[in-house]
Design a protein around this ligand. Sequence first.
Ligand SMILES: Nc1nc2c(ncn2[C@@H]2O[C@H](COP(=O)(O)OP(=O)(O)OP(=O)(O)O)[C@@H](O)[C@H]2O)c(=O)[nH]1
Ligand SMILES: [Mg+2]
Length: 341
Amino acid sequence: MNLATSVLAGERLALARLLSKVENNTQEGLATLNELFPHTGRAHLVGVTGAPGTGKSSLVNQLAYFFRHPPEEQTSRTVAIIAVDPSSPFTGGAILGDRVRMQDLAGDQGVFIRSMAARGSLGGLASATASLVQIFDAAGYEIIFIETVGAGQAEVDIARLAHSTIVVEAPGLGDEIQSIKAGILEIADILVVNKADRPGVESTERALRNMLQLGHPITYSQKQSRSSEKVDLLQPQTGSPLWIPPVLCTVATQGDGVSELVKAIFDHRQYLHDTGQWEQKERNRLKNELDNLLRENLVARWRATIQKSDYQHVLDSLVARRISPHQAVVNLLDGSSPGQS
Ligand SMILES: Nc1nc2c(ncn2[C@@H]2O[C@H](COP(=O)(O)OP(=O)(O)OP(=O)(O)O)[C@@H](O)[C@H]2O)c(=O)[nH]1
Ligand SMILES: [Mg+2]
C-alpha cells in the first residue's frame, strides 16, 4: 500500500510519517499531498487564537474531549489539533503543560495532536499549516482545531484558513484588550472570555461587547431592543442574515461553558451553510493558498536566475540612495544595472 492509501485508510503511523515528510518538504510528502487533495474539503476548520497564556490549549483540550464524549443525543466526532508554535516565549514550558492536560485524550484513536514549529517551510507558516490541515482532512478528521498565539499578521493569515475563528481573551490582561487593537475583531466569529473564575471577567466581557457594538452599531442596538424576539438581522450588501459574534465565558480548567461554546461552533457552521458562505470561504481559502504558493514559487524561481553579486550591487545602490526601491525592483526584474532606469 502506498502512503496516501494508508493515510486514507486511517492508519495513524502512516499519518505521522506523512506529517513529518511534508514538514520537511520532501518530494514524497509533496506527491502524497497531491494524491490526497481530492479527498479534502469535508472537515470543519476551527481557528483558536489569542494572547499568550489565555488558556487556548486548555480550551481546545476541553472542546476535543466534548466532541469525543458528547451528551447522549449527539454523535461523537473525530478531532485533530494543530498547535502552531506552541512554545510561546512568554509562558514557556507550555508544551509540557499541554502534554499533561492532553492526557485526557491520550490513547483515543479519534484524536490526533500535532505541534508545528515555526521554522521556515516553503510558502511560509500559513501554507505549511494548510498542508497539515489537508492531511487531517483527507484522513477523515471531522473537526480540525488550529491553535495560534497572538494577533500578528501570521495569526491572521492562519485564521483565514479556518471556517470558524474563536478569539480567546482572559481577564486581567490590562484595561486595554490587546488583541482588539490588532484588528482581531475582524476575524473573530466567536469571542471567549476564558478564566471566568478570575476577577475582572465582567469588565473584560463588557469591553468586548462595547468593541462589538462599535463594529456593528445598528445591528447591535436592534438586537438589544428586541432581545426577547428572535430577529433575523440582514447584511446590507447581500441581504443574507448577519452573524453577530457571541461573547461567551468559560473556565477551561473546569470545563465550564464548554457545551455553550460547542453549540456556538455548530451554530456558526450552520450559519455558513445556510447563507452560502461556506462555499465562499472555501473558495477564498484556496485562492489564498494558491496566491501564497504562487508568490513563493515565483520569487524562488526568479532568485535562481540572478547572480548574488547583481542583487548586492542593486542593494548597495539603494542603500546609497542612488536609486529608489521602485527603481531597484525594475532594475532587478529587467536585469538592467542600477542607474539605467
Ligand atoms: N484559573 C484558570 N486558569 C486557567 C484557565 N484556563 C487555563 N488556565 C491556566 O492558564 C495557563 C495557560 O493555559 P494554556 O491552556 O496553556 O494557555 P495557552 O493560551 O494555550 O498558552 P500559550 O499557548 O502559551 O499561549 C495554564 O496554567 C492553565 O492551567 C481557567 O479557565 N481558569
Ligand atoms: Mg497553547
